[in-house]
Design a protein. Structure first.
Length: 365
């Protein structure tokens, strides 16, 4: 159990109180008294200013040690407390019973009190010295243990990190990830190359059931996208110009993660080489034919099947080359207008009807 400490000073006694408790326990164990005295830490500037001022005293009736702490070193305060602790032990033994006057010069005039002071100086200082040396030793051992524990933790942490790194490396090599699978290139020689703008680029893919990694690709300037990749399988073989439609993409880089716009980057950051320029494919220049009937849109008369397909049109034109000129001319000659003939016929029919009607009237007469 610790001491009852009262702080009547401006001193911050947080750490000092712990030392006082530790010192009191050491002296109690060595001297053998049963109860702890109360301790008062007292400020007194006038006493501190006096060259031979008081340092501490013990009140045997109330069992209280009063220590003057103004402008004193903590070690000196502890030494005074150790001295007064011996007086407390003397009090518990009954040494203060029937003592004479304790005024000025008592240590020289009263043999009993003189012997009590001898004991207090000798045992108090030696108890303090033994406690101090033991406390420092324990502190050094504690620091050594902490440092050893810290070193051991650092060693274990380093060992753990090394083992984790080694395990990670083995796993990466086992499954072909990590260092070996960082973006590597195997560029096709002799290809017409261009710098591609920012674009989506596949990295880890599956082709025909096998995993592979892209090592090169093209750039279609018309479509503004990658349409074909060169890929390397796990066994190291490379297959070139594989359509993106034949690949299942497992991992891809965003536009600015592996090169991007090479013209706007520093030389040391141009980690994406020029890409292959997409080759024009057969049929790219074919005329548009939306309905697929074989007739170009510009010549289409209607959607779907036309009146004549191109082959029929070609055969008709060929036949016309060998047709009789008069027959061809007649076929293309404009038909005569029959409007006047029709009117004449109508008039003639009307005249015949009138004539017949008049003849019938005459017969009746």
């Amino acid at each position: 159990m610790g001491c009852d400490i009262t702080n009547n000073s401006e001193m911050n006694t947080g750490e000092l109180s712990q030392l006082i408790d530790d010192l009191a326990s050491a002296i109690k164990e060595k001297v053998g008294f049963k109860s702890m005295p109360a301790i008062t830490l007292q400020d007194d500037q006038d006493n501190a200013d006096a060259l031979l001022g008081k340092t501490a005293y013990y009140d045997p009736q109330n069992k209280v040690i009063t220590v003057y702490v103004t402008s004193r070193h903590p070690k000196d305060i502890l030494r005074s407390i150790a001295h007064e602790f011996i007086h407390h032990g003397q009090n518990l033994r009954g040494e203060f019973e029937n003592v004479g006057s304790m005024g000025e010069g008592y240590a020289q005039n009263d043999e009993h009190l003189r012997n009590m002071e001898k004991e207090a100086y000798l045992q108090g200082n030696m108890c303090f010295r033994d406690w101090e040396d033991g406390y420092k030793r324990r502190m050094m051992e504690s620091i050594h243990r902490q440092n050893s524990f810290k070193r051991r933790n650092n060693i274990m942490k380093k060992y753990k990190n090394e083992k984790n790194d080694e395990l990670n490396k083995l796993l990466m090599e086992k499954f072909n990830f990590g260092g070996k699978n960082k973006k590597e290139y195997n560029l096709e020689e002799g290809a017409d190359r261009i710098f591609a703008p920012n674009h989506y680029c596949a990295h880890h893919v599956v082709h025909e059931g096998q995993e592979a990694y892209t090592v090169d690709h093209n750039w279609d300037e018309k479509l503004q996208e990658v349409t074909e990749y060169d890929i390397r399988f796990r066994d190291g073989t490379v297959k070139r110009n594989v359509s993106i439609n034949e690949l299942e993409v497992l991992e891809a880089f965003q536009l600015n993660e592996h090169g991007g716009d090479m013209g706007n980057r520093d030389d040391d950051k141009k980690d994406h080489p020029p890409v292959k320029k997409a080759k024009a494919k057969k049929g790219d220049n074919k005329k548009p034919d939306k309905d697929g009937d074989g007739v170009p849109d510009w010549a289409d008369k209607k959607d779907g099947e036309d009146d004549k397909n191109l082959d029929e049109m070609d055969r008709s034109a060929e036949n016309e080359m060998y047709e009789d000129p008069e027959a061809a001319a007649a076929r293309y000659r404009k038909p005569k207008k029959k409007k006047k003939d029709e009117e004449d016929n109508k008039n003639e029919s009307f005249r015949r009807s009138v004539r017949k009607l008049m003849e019938d009237i005459i017969k009746l007469k």
